[in-house]
Design a protein around this ligand. Structure first.
Ligand code: FES
Length: 159
């Protein structure tokens, strides 16, 4: 039986999206949009309270274990938007960062085994947990937000 593209897709479920896929790209992170593997905070698990984002820990399963992380977007009254990644780096240690790589603004991943944040895009910039760009510490750092724990909530000071 002769196979054409349609029968190949039907039998395998695999579609070839273009001959350019997989080829090296020389334009860097502006054209390769990395996606973070960090889960998005569940609806209703966080809210803005007196200039801080209050995160309800029981409603945020990805922060239950050390090594977990969560991300969220917040829209302020003035129309500004902030994207955050919050990580649990030790038993009772939580840290929050702007989820925006200093290179081209792509999302970050938390690599607990190495205690770093790594850009999800092509350039893969890595930052330590103080927000410092490891390869060139004098370059721009990730924005870090202060986090305090109050009972079952985390308060991330964003304003
Ligand atoms: S966007 Fe290029 S290294 Fe992060």
């Amino acid at each position: 039986m002769k196979h054409n593209r349609r029968t190949f897709i039907k039998k395998t479920g695999i579609a070839i999206v273009g001959v350019g896929a997989g080829l090296p790209c020389f334009s860097g992170c502006s054209t390769i949009a990395g996606r973070s593997a960090v889960p998005v905070a569940p609806t209703g698990s966080f809210k803005l309270v007196n200039g801080a984002i209050s995160i309800d820990l029981p409603m945020t399963p990805s922060l239950r274990e050390t090594g977990g992380a969560v991300k969220m977007s917040v829209l302020f009254d003035n129309g500004e938007k902030a994207k955050l990644i919050v990580v649990r780096s030790d038993t009772d240690v939580y840290k929050a960062f702007e989820d925006r790589c200093t290179h081209k603004g792509r999302e970050m991943n938390f690599i607990h085994e190495e205690d770093i944040l790594r850009c999800s895009s092509f350039g893969r910039r890595e930052f330590d947990l103080s927000g410092t760009f490891i390869e060139r510490p004098d370059d721009e750092s990730l924005k870090v937000f202060s986090v305090t724990k109050e009972g079952d909530s985390l308060l991330v000071a964003v304003v």
